[in-house]
Design a protein around this ligand. Structure first.
Ligand code: B16
Ligand code: MG
Length: 221
């Protein structure tokens, strides 16, 4: 097989929590009187929580202490977690679920490489707690994408070399992180539109073509 493992980004690849990030950051920005819209929100894809806050505060007239910034990030995260608590296995599409199961049955190791500190909670909410062979996320890294740390840690957890793993990403910074770590990258969404990967996919199930799966998902599944 071309790859021994696949390392998936979470938000924008396995499930979609960007609207919840938007709503929670918007509430925080409104409380400070800082202009914030979906164009700014798009710049936060794949970016860590504190770096996201710094991007939002580019439009803030004034200075904030480290403690004030941490309180704002915490305020946003509390509201974000309230949205996450309403997620359920229905938030995982049949296409993603079926594709993951086929990849698993092929004997590929499957892992998560996400910048989010909430990754374990999100996985639990969508019914994938305990599903992956390794979870590398915002809790075990010190540098965020485009640094490759999160993907290198995932490969280490699987006892594999980057050349044996495929990274799947929706953010350009995430694709850059994969390349910086020596991984091949399959892109979806924004990163695919930008042609940032070796494989630029329109749908999640196209991963089956990338790994040369014989099984296909029945049309309309
Ligand atoms: P948290 P991913 C990323 O997840 C999100 O795309 C990004 O918008 C967010 O700021 C980051 O996680 C940190 O999330 O505040 O939950 O720790 O795309 O890397 O799975
Ligand atoms: Mg993402």
């Amino acid at each position: 097989m071309k790859f021994q493992a696949i390392i998936f980004d979470l938000d924008g690849v396995i499930c979609y929590t960007d609207e919840y990030h938007y709503l929670a950051w918007k509430a925080m920005a409104d409380s400070l009187g800082v202009p914030f819209d979906r164009t700014v929100n798009n710049r936060l894809r794949g970016v860590s929580r504190m770096e996201s806050l710094d991007i939002i505060l580019e439009r803030y007239n004034g200075t904030l202490s480290r403690a004030e910034k941490e309180a704002l990030a915490e305020q946003k995260n509390e509201l974000y977690k309230q949205y996450l608590s309403r997620m359920s296995p229905a938030d995982l599409t049949d296409e993603v679920r079926s594709t993951l199961n086929i990849l698993d049955e092929m004997g590929l190791l499957l892992a998560i490489g996400s910048s989010s500190k909430n990754a374990p909670f999100i996985l639990q909410q969508i019914g994938l707690g305990g599903y992956f062979d390794a979870v590398s996320d915002g809790n075990n890294i010190t540098r965020s994408k485009p640094d490759p740390e999160v993907f290198l840690k995932a490969a280490q957890m699987l006892c594999l070399e980057p050349s044996q793993c495929l990274v799947v990403e929706d953010a350009v910074s995430g694709a850059q992180a994969g390349h910086a770590g020596g991984f091949q990258v399959a892109c979806l969404g924004d990163a695919s539109a930008a042609g940032a990967g070796e494989y630029n996919l329109s749908t999640f199930s196209e991963l089956l073509d990338v790994v040369g799966a014989e099984e296909r998902i029945p049309y309309g599944a």
